[in-house]
Design a protein around this ligand. Structure first.
Ligand SMILES: Cc1cc2nc3c(=O)[nH]c(=O)nc-3n(C[C@H](O)[C@H](O)[C@H](O)COP(=O)(O)OP(=O)(O)OC[C@H]3O[C@@H](n4cnc5c(N)ncnc54)[C@H](O)[C@@H]3O)c2cc1C
Length: 388
């Protein structure tokens, strides 16, 4: 973590001595730490990662029971990077001896990487505003301002949940705000949203003998796609076949929820076809995340789907020097929402910045490419598996 001398240096800028970095990374999650390691490998030294809470904060705030759906395996010895790794040569499976880590375990792993690679991270510092003038970005927190020609926005999605969607949705509890499932009171749960988070909640509640009804406006349980960005993971399908799930969970595909009311002490949930479902337990909302890119949308042109438009280096097409890393990266119809997807763009960003600082990157790019960590040809993506 950042040494106290650095902290002093930063706070001096509040008195007008604005410190200038080559790169400022916002967010110390999987993307911020991963791109930080890539920057260091590319030879960029003068950078800092600013983190609103602590390293891996999103992962530490997952419900206690929630585990990674993507498996970790120490496959690095034959040049296949562990699916949950964010750095060349690193394997969370090897480090932790766990196949499906919990969020807390993964946050510890990220902290270990920060220490191992000696990354400069300023924790407990929320970026409140970024101002762009004459090619320089000023990054402001409550206490100080620092500057750079390059910003990498890696502030993630988890802390920015999707809360609306239907009348009365504010009566629900978003799954991102739960500490665990063990302490949830009630026996009869209504869950709106049936993708990974909704099914995860249903699985843990059903294991405790609770009855669960899940609604989704689409049919995430019947989708036939080999892309885990659209289809459920194998881990989830396996858990759905467990007896407690089959006995306790009822799935309602293609059943949009239109309203929720609290009448006396009963929640009344109405679906588009006019059906009414009642429960005395506060319903759960598993409707996903709007993402933090919405906070910096003024620095980007917008795609038709609302995500930022990026050039081939994941840099804004509107404001040069502003980069995006993490699950909100989109190119054409390619969606980089998992770690094993978005990590392949860290080196593309790091190379672009290193080149602008006149640092030679040929060896760096070659090493990352060999590990499958430098994806510049997107024609390979989006292929479906053959099913037999
Ligand atoms: C329940 C759940 C299960 C998941 N399972 C998997 C899985 O199995 N495999 C997988 O690949 N992905 C999984 N994901 C997705 C994965 O967690 C995200 O893709 C990943 O966290 C994104 O990394 P990130 O660094 O972009 O964001 P985050 O990990 O959210 O990190 C962003 C960081 O930015 C900080 N921050 C935010 N705003 C500011 C600000 N203004 N100033 C300073 N710092 C700020 C936050 O505190 C946070 O630490 C899962 C997600 C959820 C919610």
């Amino acid at each position: 973590m950042v040494a106290s001398a650095d902290a002093e240096q930063i706070s001096e800028s509040a008195e007008g001595k604005s410190k200038l970095f080559d790169v400022i990374v916002v967010g110390a999650g999987a993307a911020g730490v991963g791109v930080g390691i890539a920057l260091a490998h590319a030879g960029v030294g003068n950078f800092i990662i600013i983190e609103r809470e602590t390293v891996g904060a999103s992962f530490s705030s997952w419900t206690e029971e929630t585990r990674f759906i993507t498996p970790s395996f120490p496959s690095n010895s034959i040049g296949m990077l562990d699916l949950n790794s964010i750095a060349v040569g690193v394997s969370p499976a090897y480090n932790m001896r766990v196949e499906h880590p919990t969020g807390r375990e993964y946050a510890e792993h990220l902290k270990d990487l920060v220490d191992f690679f000696e990354l400069r991270v300023e924790e407990n510092s929320e970026v409140k505003q970024i101002v762009h003038e004459e090619g320089i970005f000023s990054v402001e927190t409550e206490d100080w301002t620092i500057s750079s020609k390059h910003i990498i926005w890696a502030a993630g999605e988890f802390l920015y949940p999707q809360l609306g969607g239907f009348a009365g949705s504010e009566l629900c509890r978003h799954t991102a705000s739960l500490a665990n499932y063990a302490d949830l009171e009630g026996d009869d749960f209504l869950i709106v949203g049936g993708y990974e988070s909704g099914v995860d909640a249903a699985y843990h509640l059903a294991k405790r003998g609770k009855k669960v009804t899940i609604f989704d406006k689409e049919d995430p349980w019947g989708l036939d796609s080999s892309d885990p960005s659209t289809s459920l993971s194998t881990f989830t399908y396996e858990r759905m076949r467990e007896l407690s799930f089959e006995e306790n969970v009822e799935l309602f595909p293609e059943k949009p929820v239109v309203s929720l009311d609290l009448i006396a002490d009963t929640y009344e949930l109405k679906t588009e076809d006019g059906q009414l479902f009642k429960s005395k337990t506060q319903p759960l909302l598993a409707s996903g995340f709007i993402g933090s890119h919405t906070l910096v949308s003024h620095f980007f042109e917008e795609r038709d789907d609302g995500f930022p438009l990026l050039n081939e280096y994941d840099e804004s097409t509107k404001v040069p020097g502003m980069y995006l890393c993490g699950p909100s990266v989109r190119h054409d119809n390619h969606d980089f929402c998992f770690i094993f997807k978005f990590r392949q763009r860290f080196a593309v960003v790091a190379q672009s910045i290193a080149s602008s600082l006149d640092i030679s990157t040929d060896e760096f790019v070659e090493a990352y490419r060999q590990w499958g960590m430098y994806l510049d040809d997107l024609s390979c993506c989006g292929q479906e598996c053959v099913s037999c």
